[in-house]
Ligand binder design. Structure first.
Ligand SMILES: *Cc1c(COP(=O)(O)O)cnc(C)c1O
Length: 481
C-alpha cells in the first residue's frame, strides 16, 4: 500500500464518528441534519490534509480524537454569535474591517426599538392607512444637503448603479481614466457600470484628463460620471476637470452629470482641523451635478446605506425604478440613519455622532485620555514592559481624506517582539477584543478611536492578556521568568 493510501485508510467512517459518545448526544438533541453535514465536512477536510501530509502515519484512534476535537470546536463556534465586539485601538476612525462608523447610542436604541417592536414605518397613524414614514428620513437628508429630494438605498455601490442606470438608460457613460477606481475589495467602478448595460467611454489618461478630452466624447445618449478619488491621490504631472467646470460643459451639451461623492460630507471638516478639499454634498449639488451619490457610514457617521440626491423629477423617477426594490434598506437602517440625521439637524455645531467626535478630539483631550489610560495600565504591566504616551498619527479611513493623517496620542508599550506579538494576539482573542497597532517601537493603542467610557474595558483586556503570558505579573511587580 502506498504511503498516501495507508494514511487515508485510517480515516474513520462517518458512521463511527456519529456513534462516538462525544458526538452522539448532539444528534439526539435534534441537530442530526446539520451535525452530520459538519462531521462529513471535517472528514473531507482531513482527507485533503492527509493526502499531502508528511511524517508519522497516525492511528485510527488518534484520528477519531482529532476529528472529535475539531467537530466540537466548530460546533461551539457555530452556536455562538458570529462576531465579537472590538475596542478599536488602531487610530483608523472609519475602519472598514472593524465595521466603519459607530452609531450614536440614540441611533442604536432607535434601531433596536424598530427591530424589536412593530412601528409605523409604512403606516399613517393619523389616518390609519398606509404611509411613507421612510420618506421623512429622506426629507431630513435632502434638507441637510440642500437637495430638492433624496433617495436612500443599501449602499453607495447601489446608489451609483441606480443613478447611472436611470440617467443613461443603457447609453454611453463618459468617465475619466483617472477615476476608474477600486474601493474596498469589490467596488470596481467599470464593473459596476458594465452591469448597468451602458457603454463605458474612457477619456483622458491615468494622470491627466482635460476639458477637451471630455468635450470630444460628448454627444447624444451620453451622460458623464465623475468619481471622487476616495482612497488614493495622484501627484506630479496631473490635470483633473473640477466638478463646476465639468457641469458647465455637460449643460452646454445637454448631457446629465452624475457625481459619486464617496464619503458624503454634511459637516465642514476643516472645523475639525482636517484639511479642506472634501466638499460638502450641498456644494456638489450647487456645482451642477444632476445626481450626487454617497455612502451613509463614512464621514456622515451613520450606518451602511447609500444616498442619491438631486432634482425632484429625477428622484421621483428613481423611486419608480423597478430595481429600486432590490436596493431597499431595512427598517433598522432607516431608524438609525434617521437618528443620526436628527443629530445633524439639532445643532449648528458639531453633531453628537461618534465619527465626528473622534475626528474632532483635540490634542489636549487626547493627551489627557492617554495619560489616564497609561496610569491605569502601568501597575498591571509585567516588569519588562515599559509604557509611555507618545505622539502618533490617526487616519480617517473608509476611503476619506486618503492621504491625510491627524496628530494623536498613543499609549505605547515596549517589550520583546515575541512578547508584544503574543499579547497583541491575546488582546485580539478577548471579548471584547482589542485591536492595536504594532510598529517598530512596540505595541500601541491610539486613544482617538477608543471611547472614554471604554477605557476600563481596555484595562481589563490588557490585564487578561498580560496574565496569560506572566501570571501574577502586576500584583508583585515582577514576573515569572
Ligand atoms: C466608498 C465609496 C464607494 C462605495 O461605497 P459603499 O457605500 O461601500 O458601497 C463608492 N464610491 C466611492 C467614491 C467611495 O468612496
Amino acid at each position: 500500500m502506498s504511503q498516501v493510501s495507508d494514511r487515508l485508510s485510517r480515516i474513520p467512517q462517518i458512521s463511527v464518528l456519529l456513534e462516538d459518545e462525544r458526538i452522539l448526544p448532539w444528534l439526539a438533541a435534534g441537530q442530526r441534519g446539520w451535525m452530520t453535514r459538519l462531521v462529513q465536512s471535517e472528514v473531507d477536510a482531513l482527507r485533503e490534509e492527509l493526502r499531502t501530509a508528511r511524517g508519522r502515519v497516525r492511528e485510527r484512534g488518534e484520528l477519531i480524537d482529532l476529528l472529535c476535537g475539531r467537530i466540537a470546536a466548530r460546533r461551539k463556534m457555530l452556536l455562538a454569535p458570529s462576531w465579537t465586539r472590538v475596542l478599536n485601538g488602531t487610530g483608523v476612525v472609519v475602519h472598514t474591517n472593524l465595521g466603519r462608523s459607530c452609531f450614536p447610542q440614540s441611533a442604536a436604541d432607535a434601531a433596536w426599538t424598530v427591530a424589536r417592536y412593530n412601528s409605523d414605518l409604512e403606516f399613517d397613524l393619523e389616518e390609519g392607512v398606509r404611509g411613507h414614514r421612510g420618506r421623512r428620513v429622506e426629507e431630513k437628508l435632502a434638507l441637510l444637503a440642500d437637495a430638492p429630494d433624496a433617495l436612500i438605498v443599501n449602499n453607495n455601490a447601489a446608489a451609483v448603479w441606480l443613478a447611472v442606470r436611470y440617467l443613461s438608460r443603457g447609453g454611453r457613460v463618459v468617465l475619466s481614466r483617472g477615476e476608474i477606481v477600486a474601493i474596498g475589495g469589490s467596488f470596481r467602478i467599470h464593473e459596476i457600470l458594465a452591469e448597468t448595460g451602458c457603454t463605458l467611454v474612457e477619456v483622458g489618461t491615468t494622470n491627466r484628463t482635460s476639458v477637451e478630452d471630455y468635450r470630444q466624447a460628448l454627444g447624444p445618449d451620453t451622460i458623464v460620471l465623475k468619481v471622487h478619488r476616495s482612497n488614493f491621490s495622484v501627484e506630479g504631472f496631473t490635470e483633473e476637470v473640477g466638478l463646476p467646470e465639468l457641469a458647465g460643459l455637460c449643460r452646454e451639451h445637454d448631457c446629465p452629470l452624475v457625481y459619486d461623492a464617496g464619503s458624503g460630507a454634511l459637516y465642514p471638516y476643516e472645523k475639525l482641523g482636517l484639511p479642506t478639499g472634501e466638499r460638502l454634498l450641498a456644494e456638489d449639488l450647487a456645482a451642477g451635478a444632476d445626481l450626487v451619490t454617497c455612502s451613509g457610514d463614512k464621514l456622515l457617521g451613520g450606518c451602511q446605506a447609500g444616498a442619491i440626491l438631486g432634482s425632484s423629477d429625477h428622484v421621483a423617477g428613481l423611486r419608480k425604478h423597478p430595481m429600486r426594490r432590490a436596493f431597499r434598506v431595512d427598517k433598522t437602517t432607516l431608524a438609525a440613519l434617521d437618528d443620526v440625521l436628527t443629530h445633524y439637524l439639532a445643532t449648528d455645531d458639531r453633531p453628537e455622532v461618534p465619527t465626528l467626535e473622534q475626528l474632532g478630539a483635540t490634542l489636549p483631550q487626547l493627551q489627557e485620555k492617554a495619560e489616564g489610560l497609561l496610569e491605569k495600565l502601568a501597575p498591571l504591566a509585567p516588569a519588562r514592559w515599559h509604557g509611555t504616551v507618545v505622539p502618533g498619527r490617526s487616519s480617517v479611513g473608509g476611503g476619506s481624506f486618503s492621504s491625510t493623517t491627524i496628530e494623536s496620542r498613543l499609549v505605547l508599550f515596549e517589550a520583546s517582539k515575541k512578547e508584544l506579538e503574543r499579547v497583541h494576539q491575546e488582546l485580539r482573542r478577548g471579548d471584547p477584543a482589542l485591536v492595536g497597532r504594532m510598529n517598530q517601537e512596540g505595541l500601541a493603542v491610539d486613544v482617538r478611536t477608543l471611547d472614554e467610557s471604554d477605557l476600563d474595558l481596555v484595562v481589563a483586556a490588557y490585564r487578561r492578556a498580560w496574565e496569560s503570558i506572566a501570571p501574577n505579573a502586576g500584583k508583585h511587580g515582577s514576573n515569572d521568568d
